[in-house]
Design a protein around this ligand. Sequence first.
Ligand code: CA
Ligand code: CA
Ligand code: CA
Ligand code: ZN
Length: 718
Amino acid sequence: MFGSRSNQKKAIGWLGAAGWLCILAAQAQEVRTCGYTHYNPPNASQVQAFEQWLDQKITAKSAKNTPPHQEAVYVLPVVVHIIHNGEPVGTGTNISDAQILSQIQVLNEDFRRKTGTPGFNTTSVGADVGIEFVLASFDPNGLPTTGIRRVQGSKNAWQVADDAALKAQSYWNSAQYINIWVCNLQGLLGYARLPESNILAGVPVTPQNPLLDGIVIGFQQFGRVGNVRNPFNQGRSLTHEMGHYLGLRHIWGDRSNCTGTDFCDDTPPATDPNYGCPSSGRTICDPNQPEMFQNYMDYTNDACMNIFTQDQRLRMRTVVENSPRRQSLLSSPAFLPPVSNGNDAGIEQILQAQTNDCESGVAPLIRLRNYGNKTLRKVTIQYQLANAPAQQVVWTGDLPTLGTTNFSLPAFTNQAGRRNLRISTSLPNDSVDVNQANDTREISLNTLVVTQLPQAFDPTHLTSLAALPNGWAVLNPDESFTWELATLPDRKALNLNFFNYRNIGTEDWLTSPPIDLRQSQSPVLQFEYAYAAYQNFDNTNPQDKLQIRLSADCGLRFDTVLFQAAGVNLATTLTQVKQTWTPSSPSDWRTVQLDLTPFAGSSYIQVAFVGINDFGSNLYLGKISLKDSSFAQNTAQYFSIFPNPSSNGQFSVAFNLPQAEDVVVQLATPDGKLLWEQTLPQTQRQIYPFLLARKPTGVTLLTVKGKTFRQTQRVLFP
Ligand SMILES: [Ca+2]
Ligand SMILES: [Ca+2]
Ligand SMILES: [Ca+2]
Ligand SMILES: [Zn+2]
């Protein structure tokens, strides 16, 4: 009974007990794969409750006996969310406007059974459903829109399991818009949420989540031009899914052997789905009524469908008139310009006020909007900083209804601290504003104190981390372990307890206040830290990391890494530990000097000490200072040696070179006899531990040579 079949089939099924979700799937192989066998049917009592409710509504509607041609044509607003993969518009998943518009056209041809289009049929029970679909003209904020949103998705491919995540990419109130998401959908052509009844509480019906209401279609099945794929290239996937969205069921009733129903008498019974493009309808269920494989609610190819029936029309229109989030579409603001009758000015947005928190100058830029139906020629704008006296300025111009214009207010200064800035409009065209709800906008300004050099942060003087020096702050994003004050045998320090900290990869920050380097010639950051590498059972080491980062934009981005080291390269002692470790003497510490000369002249910089956890061993921070010094290229200390005196033939060299280059490290006796030599490629700020096979005794000289420098320091071997 089957005609020619394509290599692809559609399969449709119910998903989830409470899901009210209908799936339209494409299968690559020539096998019968109905989604019904993969997914559970919905809770039977829910179907029954919905159908009883709908039946009552249909009975009531039919009793009025209004001839179809006298019934209103319903116009439903659509928003199409293109969830693309970053391609230019018209390429790949970011399908063209033309493709989207062709889909809306197909939908209207099919639902209106338009003559001269593929949506026309001459079947006696065929119906003009009398429902049209139009891309929204106004968004939920009342702003003009094309009804097409383009959003780069957080994933490149989507499955039904991603339903909530997909819809969270872009969503408009589903009581006011039919949300249609178009994306790279895997394994399916599309799926839709079914309508629900307005049965009141007390009846065991699980209400749908409004955030998930709508239709999802794969980008290659959407529309009939552009990136569409045969045989689902005529836009009928959306026609089918829109049928579900408006309450239609599959014509075979999602059961086999003629036992299902779609609750429509004028669609003949069907034993199961039809695929491909049959030449005639099967008569398995009723020898006198061939199956209506041309119905949009069957599984045939796009080119072979062209029928909604009178009963299907009645179901869909009854749903539109009664179902929550279907009925409300009829009063959607999608087509209503939100224009007031009279003079109505307002501030749509405060676009900008401060460059950043380190700038005390405030220069507000606002977007003014005419919400009224009269041309706006004049409006008074008041602005007020906290409790200071309000200032005002008068805008004049020529702003048409719904027009916007950007307007700069006079600049002023905010003293250090946090204050609210309130900006409002009044007296549009010298008259009372008929809608004052949109007049006022408020933002919070925060101006930081920019400090001068020198800056010192000395844990010794701290009593608790709740009382950090001015402008220093600890950031603890996971609210778990973080920098804390530790009292050690010889000093106080900050401690980051990586040893007990299981949230691997988390960062804990200590940040400085913004510091003014405009008068500085050779600023230097110096700090002390201590760390012992933890040794795992397999002799590997957790890569606990210390990063020193710098921000030159008042903390918006700390995008300069001044220093970083991890694991054994971070260690200030050659001893590796298997338990918690505490530095106990000055030789356990390392002092690092970082040259900030490249930032001399900056209006403000901030440094951050970032500990990055790998569940290893505790990290300690000692004194931190920022000062102007004679530390400059020609006198820079390019490396430091620790511990020194060496411990049992072991020592580390911490490099601090202005640029990465190959260096040669040589150890020699004071009279010039070479003891040992090693070349280190591309060295700049690494730390290298060394263990000498033959341990020297007494004073030795360690020389580091680069392309442009040569420096020597003493190392003692006791
Ligand atoms: Ca039927
Ligand atoms: Ca107003
Ligand atoms: Ca933390
Ligand atoms: Zn379906």
